[in-house]
Write a protein that binds this ligand. Structure first.
Ligand code: CP
Ligand code: NVA
Length: 316
C-alpha cells in the first residue's frame, strides 16, 4: 500500500517517476484511454480552506474515472471529536483512496496507518508535497532541469511549503536558499531530518551540505539568497492556522517581499513562482506578480496534471 504523506518520506526515484509521467497526463488531457480509477470512489477530507487543491483533485479524479466525495471535516463526526483513527477505519471500508488537508502531520500519518487505503497529504502544517512536486515540474517545463540549479525562497522559511522545498532539495540535487528572519528559518528538527550538515556560518548566513550533494543556505540577507538564483519563490506570510500571529508576521516578514529589486539580483529571466493564494503588497508586489502571472497560473494548472501522475504512482 503506497501513500504520499510527505516529501521527507518519498524517495528520489518515486519523485522522478511522478515528475516524468506528469507531461504525459498534461498532453493527453481529454484523450485518456486508461481510466485506471474507474468504479472507484475517493474521499477528500479537508479541515482547511482550498481552491486549487480541491478543484484539481476533484477534476483529476473524475477525469481518471473515479467518483469523488468532498467531506468538510466540520460536517462529519470528526468535527465533533470522533478520533481520526476511527474515521480512517470507517472510510477505509467504503472508499478506495483518501486525500487529506489538515493541521497536524500526525493526523495524515494516523489516517494512513489505520485506513488501509492510499492516502495523500493535500497540505498539513508541516508539508505540502503535491504543491512542490508541481512546482518542480513547472520549473522544468518552462525553464530547464532543476538539478544543480538554485531555488531562492523568501518569507516564512518554516512554512509547510518551505519544508517541502527543503526535503525535495535534499533528494533531487538542487540548491535551496531561504531568506527570512532567524525565527522564521526551518526548525532545527526539520534540518536534522533533511540530513543537512552545517559547513560554515557567520552572523547572517549558514551554509549546509544536503545528502544530494547540493547546498542549503539559510540567511537573513535578501541579496545573499537572491543573487544568481534560477527561481524566486514565495508563499503567504500567514499560513492557515497562524492567523493569531498576523501582526507580528507582517512586521517581521515585510523586508522579505519579492519585488523588482529582488528580481534584479537573480539570474536574467529567472521566473518568480508562488503557490497561491497571493497577497499583493505583502509577500509579493502587484507588478512582480502580474509580470510572472503566466508562470504562476501554469503552476496552478499543473496541480491537475501532477496529481494525476501521483494517483497513477500511488495505485500501481
Ligand atoms: N496552493 C494551494 O494549495 O492552494 P489552495 O489552498 O487553494 O488549495
Ligand atoms: N503556507 C500556506 C500554503 C497555502 C497553499 C498555508 O498553509 O496556508
Amino acid at each position: 500500500m503506497k501513500h504520499l504523506l510527505s516529501l521527507e518520506k518519498l524517495n528520489r526515484s518515486d519523485m522522478e517517476y511522478i515528475l516524468n509521467n506528469t507531461m504525459l497526463f498534461k498532453k493527453n488531457r481529454g484523450k485518456e484511454t486508461d481510466l485506471f480509477l474507474k468504479n472507484q470512489v475517493w474521499a477528500l477530507l479537508f479541515s482547511k480552506s482550498s481552491t486549487r487543491t480541491r478543484v484539481s483533485f476533484e477534476v483529476g479524479l473524475r477525469e481518471l474515472g473515479a467518483d469523488v466525495i468532498f467531506l468538510n471535516a466540520k460536517d462529519i463526526q470528526l468535527g465533533r471529536g470522533e478520533p481520526i483513527k476511527d474515521t480512517a477505519r470507517v472510510l477505509g471500508r467504503m472508499v478506495h483512496g483518501a486525500i487529506i488537508r489538515t493541521y497536524a502531520q500526525q493526523e495524515v500519518e494516523e489516517f494512513a496507518a489505520y485506513s488501509n487505503i492510499p492516502t495523500i497529504n493535500a497540505l498539513t502544517d508541516d508539508e505540502h508535497p503535491c504543491q512542490i512536486l508541481t512546482d518542480i515540474f513547472t520549473f522544468q517545463e518552462i525553464r530547464e532541469p532543476i538539478y544543480a540549479k538554485t531555488v531562492a525562497f523568501f518569507g516564512d522559511g518554516s512554512s509547510n511549503v518551505a519544508n517541502s522545498w527543503l526535503f525535495a532539495s535534499s533528494k533531487l540535487g538542487f540548491n535551496l536558499a531561504i531568506a527570512s528572519p532567524a525565527n522564521f528559518q526551518p526548525k532545527k528538527n526539520t534540518l536534522i531530518r533533511s540530513g543537512a550538515v552545517e559547513e560554515k556560518s557567520d552572523n547572517h548566513t549558514k551554509v549546509f551540505k544536503l545528502p544530494s550533494g547540493s547546498r542549503l543556505i539559510l540567511t537573513d540577507l535578501i541579496d545573499v539568497a537572491a543573487k544568481d538564483a534560477d527561481l524566486l519563490y514565495t508563499d503567504v506570510w500567514v499560513s492557515m492556522g497562524k492567523e493569531a500571529e498576523l501582526e507580528t508576521r507582517i512586521n517581521q516578514l515585510s523586508p522579505y517581499q519579492v519585488n523588482k529589486s529582488v528580481v534584479a539580483l537573480a539570474k536574467k529571466g529567472a521566473p518568480v513562482m508562488h503557490c497561491l493564494p497571493a497577497y499583493r503588497g505583502k509577500e509579493i508586489d502587484e507588478e512582480t506578480f502580474e509580470a510572472n502571472a503566466d508562470a504562476i497560473f501554469t503552476q496552478a494548472e499543473n496541480r491537475l496534471h501532477t496529481q494525476k501522475s501521483i494517483l497513477r504512482w500511488i495505485t500501481l
